[in-house]
Design a protein around this ligand. Structure first.
Ligand code: PLP
Length: 406
């Protein structure tokens, strides 16, 4: 992520983030209030996590009830909320079982271990390789960042975890060349790990035909196709899962962000053919705890009850149409818009002298929260409950911000 400029922060907090000079105190739906009681329209939603918006009534009720009942017990015992959530996820996806953890990076760590075991066990590979894409983002733990196809995230932390090879995103010829090279002397590749739409890398959707061809290559060689759905999963794109946008089913997928509606949770979902984990292979103290699972169950039930997928499709189309109007209005520095559902990016022209961060800062002046995705893309990921009036307010504030920087 492109980071904001440094602002004075508490010395007691380690300086791993540059932060905006804004202290958010409370929220309701798609709105947040700062320390000066100013109201901001929130199109960041905790970076695509607050699925139901802030201080959602169903969430408040479910979580206060859960706190009164039971918060955490560990995976030494059966956890009814975890079992119910796993059942909902399995019933509503191509997966057959689920492992729970606490974040997107952790879900990808689990997927990487699963892939390596699959490589050893099912393909007889001694040193398995996982293919991932350029400009990808898979998280900040050492293996997840090694899988991330952006060298700037590697700098200073070398040596990276070995066993990752990169192809140019959406470039089938490059993928095929890499696969041939790696497998020329026998099996080497355990899995392909890829985002259906690259979020942090610039709101870049996959090409369905490239993904379908990659699926076929994986099938031919018994290589696992793993989708990182940390940002796109759980309804953000207008379908429950990103893979539905592509007409391709993965062997495994990772989730986090929107799954918990603002609460820390992650998941690795697998189909039978990819389920190589046995007791003792992988674990997490907090993973799948009753409190986190109750949050996820609330998100799931509200998505169903309120038909939020339809809202995402309709509001996403409204947002996209509005962004396209802005592109026409500011042809000197806007190139276009791209994305799925309520994950949309406004793309700035290369070398136009204006960066995504300039727009984000100007938007802040207009009391609109948006976030960069790379240097040239302004990303909007509001709560899935956003209404038509709020989308219009978003577009009006964004237009004013663009006027400021133009
Ligand atoms: N994978 C993708 C596609 C992401 O967008 C992110 C976070 O932005 C991650 C993984 C890492 O998730 P977390 O920050 O929860 O570890």
């Amino acid at each position: 992520m492109v980071e904001p400029e440094p602002v004075p922060s508490s010395d007691a907090v380690m300086g791993t983030y540059n932060r905006f000079a804004l202290s958010l105190q409370r929220g309701k739906g798609c709105w947040v209030w700062d320390e000066r009681s100013r109201r901001h329209l929130d199109a960041v939603a905790g970076i695509a996590t607050c699925t139901l918006g802030h201080s959602n009534r169903a969430m408040r009720k479910a979580l206060t009830g859960q706190l009164r009942k039971l918060q955490h017990v560990s995976n030494l015992y059966r956890i009814p909320e975890q079992e119910a959530l796993a059942k909902w996820l399995v019933n509503n996806s191509c997966a057959d079982s689920v492992f729970f953890c606490n974040s997107g990076a952790e879900a990808n760590e689990a997927a990487i271990k699963l892939a390596r075991k699959h490589g050893h066990l099912r393909r007889g590979i001694e040193r398995p390789v996982i293919i991932t894409a350029s400009a990808s983002f898979h998280g900040r733990t050492l293996a997840a960042v090694s899988a991330t196809g952006q060298p700037r995230y590697h700098q200073g932390f070398e040596p990276m975890v070995e066993g990752f090879e990169f192809f140019r995103y959406n470039d089938l010829a490059d993928f095929e060349q890499l696969l041939e090279r790696l497998e020329q002397n026998g099996p080497r590749v355990a899995a392909v790990l890829i985002e259906p739409l690259q979020g942090e890398g610039g709101v870049n959707p996959s090409d369905p035909s490239v993904m379908q061809a990659i699926r076929e290559h994986c099938d031919q060689r018994n290589i696992l196709l793993i989708f990182d759905e940390v940002q796109v999963g759980m309804g953000r794109t207008g379908t429950l899962w990103g893979y539905e946008q592509l007409g391709v089913q993965p062997d495994a997928l990772t989730l986090a962000k929107g799954l918990g509606g603002g609460h820390a949770v992650g998941a690795l979902m697998v189909r039978h053919n990819a389920d190589v984990f046995e007791p003792g292979d992988h674990a997490s103290t907090f993973g799948g705890n009753p409190f986190a699972c109750q949050a996820c169950l609330t998100v799931a039930s509200e998505i169903e009850k309120r038909n939020l997928l339809r809202n995402v499709r309709e509001r996403g189309a409204q947002l996209r149409a509005g962004l396209n109007r802005l592109v026409q209005h500011f042809p000197d520095f806007l190139e276009g818009s791209r994305g799925w559902g309520l994950l949309q990016g406004l793309v700035l022209k290369q070398d136009c002298g204006i960066t995504a961060m300039d727009v984000v800062k100007a938007a802040l002046e207009e009391q609109l929260l948006v976030v960069p995705a790379g240097a040239q893309v302004v990303r909007m990921v509001p709560a899935l409950v956003i209404n038509a009036r709020e989308i219009q307010a978003l577009l009006t504030r964004l237009e004013r911000a663009l006027n400021r920087v133009s």
